[in-house]
Design a protein around this ligand. Structure first.
Ligand SMILES: [Zn+2]
Length: 442
């Protein structure tokens, strides 16, 4: 430890020398000034240091968590190109360290991008490859030093357009057949019936059949605190670190890109799946949202009572979840808090035909006018989370609309006489960012 500290001090002194001569070389090829996070650095301190705000840093760096890793490169708004400490090798993994990985430069790559992905500094990357500048070309072979070995092997991932998008878009590495593609409530209780599988949206049958093998519930021995131990497939319910729902408190307020809703009146099939009442839509139904620049198609919507998300501890009568999937299998769920008030015209065809027979799909008496399920103000809280039911798969983009919608008491009763207490309790938020869109009303 003492040796490490000494090394750091020596390296810092050396780096300080470099700064005095290096001038604006810390300005990356992208014209951004970068800052290498030091041990003990916090976002607030860094923001203050560069005369900016935490939201601005979050936006610039598409940060997902409040935790910074020493050695991490942060873009800082610094148009003058005033030097940060980007050339400091103090905390970069030693070039030629334990292991190095070969990497083929791809079109669109910059040194900064590769270093960021690999979790090392640009300086370390330059040192390992004998580069004096920042020019690289597609097809060029580079060595990624030290601890970066694993990260370097990760193929180029397009950065999402908005901060909240999760970096982990890929399906979790479980043996289960693509659990992330399973809609939140596709799992039928034991036993799986042909009807349930038939009613599950396209692409879901395999996952539904698979995950339905183990029964789970909201109460007792199979209740939420036990989900993680009910099946190896549900392990992430316990071990996950980005679980949903959460209590919405102290969100980071910032302007976010609009979520584009393209919803229309659509026929659907209603099913009581043993956990909730769900309305499934056929594949290619044309109802989509664009979030983080990615098109997601609506699979289904379903209810919880009381609400799963709470706002500063306050619960709502119900919560509607509209589950969407993108071409890569990633899920985006739009949550709408439902409170007692006027009747919902949009939900009328649904809540007048709640089935009591389990796992039997019924045609809705009328198409659902999906736009009527949304408030006029579609600004939202956003955070990276999970399915709120087993298998609790993470990598879900959560969009919780800030404005609740009304249901009348008869509509609430139509659901709660069949299901009540269908809410997983709020999960630890951990180091995740919770964003609140505060851009002009949309
Ligand atoms: Zn749900």
């Amino acid at each position: 430890m003492r040796r490490l500290s000494l090394l750091l001090v020596v390296a810092c002194i050396w780096a300080a020398g470099i700064w005095s001569v290096a001038g604006p070389s810390a300005v990356t090829a992208e014209g951004e000034t970068v800052y290498v996070v030091q041990v003990g650095d916090g976002l607030t301190a860094i923001a203050r240091k560069f005369g900016t705000t935490v939201p601005k840093l979050v936006e610039l760096n598409r940060l997902m968590t409040t935790v910074l890793q020493p050695g991490q490169m942060l873009k800082v708004p610094n148009p003058a190109g005033v030097i940060a400490n980007a050339t400091s090798p103090a905390i970069a993994p030693a070039a030629g360290g334990s292991k190095a990985t070969a990497y083929m430069v791809k079109k669109g790559d910059t040194l900064f991008k590769i270093a960021t992905r690999a979790g090392i500094s640009v300086a370390a990357l330059q040192a390992a490859n004998g580069l004096s500048g920042t020019n690289i070309r597609a097809g060029q072979r580079m060595m990624i030093p030290g601890v970066a070995a694993v990260a370097a092997a990760i193929p180029t991932v397009a950065m999402p357009a908005v901060a909240v998008a999760t970096v982990v878009v890929a399906a979790p590495p479980t043996a289960a057949p693509a659990p992330t593609t399973a809609p939140a409530h596709s799992a039928a209780p034991v036993p799986t019936t042909a009807a349930a599988v038939a009613a599950a949206p396209a692409a879901a049958p395999a996952a539904a059949a698979h995950s339905s093998a183990v029964h789970w519930a909201y109460l007792g021995d199979s209740g939420p605190t036990r989900w993680g131990s009910l099946s190896p497939d549900y392990k992430v319910c316990d071990s996950g670190i980005e679980q949903s729902p959460i209590d919405v408190v102290n969100p980071l307020k910032m302007g976010l890109t609009d979520i584009l809703f393209k919803y229309a009146a659509t026929p659907g099939k209603i099913i009581n799946n043993g956990h909730t009442i769900q309305v499934n839509f056929a594949a290619g139904n044309g109802n989509t949202i664009v979030v983080d620049g990615i098109l997601h198609e609506l699979l289904q919507f379903h209810f919880h009572a009381p609400s799963e998300h709470t706002i500063a501890g306050a619960s709502f009568a119900m919560e509607l979840h509209l589950v969407h999937k993108n071409a890569g299998g990633g899920l985006a769920v739009v949550g709408v808090l439902l409170q007692s008030g006027a009747a919902s015209a949009g939900l009328a065809p649904v809540l007048t035909s709640v089935p009591t027979d389990v796992d039997v799909a019924h045609d809705l008496p009328a198409p659902v006018d999906l736009m009527q399920l949304l408030p006029a103000d579609r600004r939202a809280y956003r955070y990276p989370g999970s399915l709120t039911t087993p298998p609790c798969s993470e990598g879900v983009r959560w969009i919780l609309l800030t404005t609740p919608m009304d249901l009348d008491t008869a509509q609430i009763a139509a659901y709660t006489k069949v299901y009540t207490g269908t809410n997983r309790p709020p999960q630890p938020r951990g180091v995740r960012f919770l964003l609140q869109d505060t851009s002009a009303t949309k």
